[in-house]
Design a protein around this ligand. Structure first.
Ligand SMILES: *Cc1c(COP(=O)(O)O)cnc(C)c1O
Length: 413
């Protein structure tokens, strides 16, 4: 696509945008003067679909009017409503996904099953500078099994002087540690740099060496098309409040490949993972559901799930391929504009990316404050990164244009 650094061009792109009507399906935030802000924080908290109130209202009414009858009629299978759409979203079979709990909780539950150290094979491979919650979770899992992170944690880092990982380096590390690696657990998209990893290539390398391979898809789900089943990934989890617009603290999705569904290994269980036909017979012997649902512990958080059902309906209606198509153009425009003005800014996000661009700026914190004072909602990560994520469902080309104008002005002021 050929871009132009001009407001009329940006406005024309908005008019040509096949997804332009979707912005009206979201509540768009405003400042204290009732003017719309420039919201580029969809990688942190997605905006609220306008249908959310109705969706929650329905459950509140049912609870109000029928009490526990709502449980029997509707809520007992409420989480199932999300399965076909979640499966499509991540490229899975319906029985390979379920929505439950929060993300880090699910990471622990998955690692309890998919980190099974034995003899020489006791290491977990992650990326250096992983999201802190993942780092903590993985280290605590090592300690839980009596291993020392100093010896059992492999952290793959970018090369000296580089900001992002090379797939080949990840694969070389897998090969170097060979059959001492029990589990590989990486972010599908790095939260800080926005780099997209080659899930398929990494999974192939990991499986070749007998490791379990899992991904944190917090920044991938709703951002990129995925094919978890075909890529042969063992397990994955994602949150739904970032790109997916499920609302603050919305429950997390998990994926467990079909080949693990008649699981007899370690797992923390609860009654919601029990076979549905006999769950309410209240018997002491656990009889798991054969599928991702078998990893459920508790009954579903209905009020937290209702907004997610509202937003997943929108994602499902469009489909990730079309969402991605717009996202490439929109983020591509942001990149084009930044590269076309005279700024002391470098984009650390590599070619292989989703919505987000991560900018490294010398006077970054000052510039970030300037942007915030001028209605831009984006975020700042110590020591020097500004993250900008235009969201294909509600951001406009003209907003990207206005943003870069501000960036230019703030930088030269
Ligand atoms: C957002 C994010 C989390 C957040 O974890 P919660 O349990 O939902 O609080 C964890 N890991 C990564 C990589 C994230 O991007």
């Amino acid at each position: 696509m050929k871009y132009e650094n001009s407001r009329p061009f940006a406005v024309a792109q908005d008019q040509l945008d096949p997804l332009r009507s979707y912005r009206d399906k979201f509540h768009y935030p405003k400042n204290d003067h009732d003017e719309e802000v420039l919201y580029f924080c969809g990688n942190s908290l997605g905006l609220q679909p306008k249908t959310v109130e109705t969706f929650i209202g329905k459950e509140l009414d049912l609870w109000k009017n029928k009490g526990v009858i709502g449980q029997q009629e509707r809520w007992i299978s409420f989480h199932e409503k999300l399965e076909p759409q979640s499966a499509k979203l991540v490229g899975a079979l319906s029985e390979e996904v379920v929505v439950m709990n929060a993300l880090t909780v699910n990471i622990h539950l998955l690692l309890i099953s998919f980190y099974q150290p034995k003899g020489n094979r006791h290491k977990i491979l992650i990326e250096k500078g992983a999201f802190p919650s993942d780092q903590y979770a993985v280290e605590s899992q090592l300690l839980l099994h009596g291993y020392d992170p100093e010896e059992s944690l492999i952290e793959v880092a970018p090369r000296d002087g580089e900001k992002v990982l090379r797939t080949q380096d990840i694969i070389s590390e897998i090969e170097r540690h060979g059959d001492t690696v029990a589990t590989i657990y990486l972010g599908g998209v790095n939260y800080l740099t926005g780099q997209v990893l080659d899930i398929e290539a990494i999974t192939i390398a990991g499986k070749e060496h007998g490791a379990m391979v899992g991904f944190n898809l917090a920044h991938s789900a709703g951002n990129l098309p995925l094919k978890l089943h075909d890529w042969n990934v063992d397990f994955a989890a994602w949150c739904t409040y970032k790109y997916l617009c499920g609302g603050p603290g919305a429950p997390s999705g998990i994926f467990i490949h079909k080949r693990h569904h008649s699981w007899s290994g370690p797992r923390l269980v609860g009654w919601w993972g029990h076979d549905k036909k006999t769950r309410f017979k209240m018997q002491p012997n656990f009889d798991p559901i054969q599928g991702a649902e078998g990893w459920q512990i508790s009954n579903a958080p209905i009020m937290g799930m209702a907004p997610l059902i509202a937003s997943m309906e929108i994602f499902d209606e469009i489909g990730m391929l079309k969402i991605r198509e717009k996202s490439k153009k929109l983020t591509g425009y942001l990149e084009f504009l930044i590269n076309n003005i005279d700024l002391d800014i470098s984009i650390i996000t590599p070619e292989n990316k989703g919505c987000q661009l991560s900018l490294v700026v010398n006077n970054g914190e000052q510039l970030f404050k300037y942007l915030s004072n001028n209605n831009v909602v984006c975020d700042w990560r110590e020591p020097d990164v500004i993250r900008i994520a235009p969201h294909p469902l509600y951001n406009r080309y003209s907003e990207v244009f206005e943003f870069v104008k501000l960036l230019d002005k703030g930088n030269s002021d």
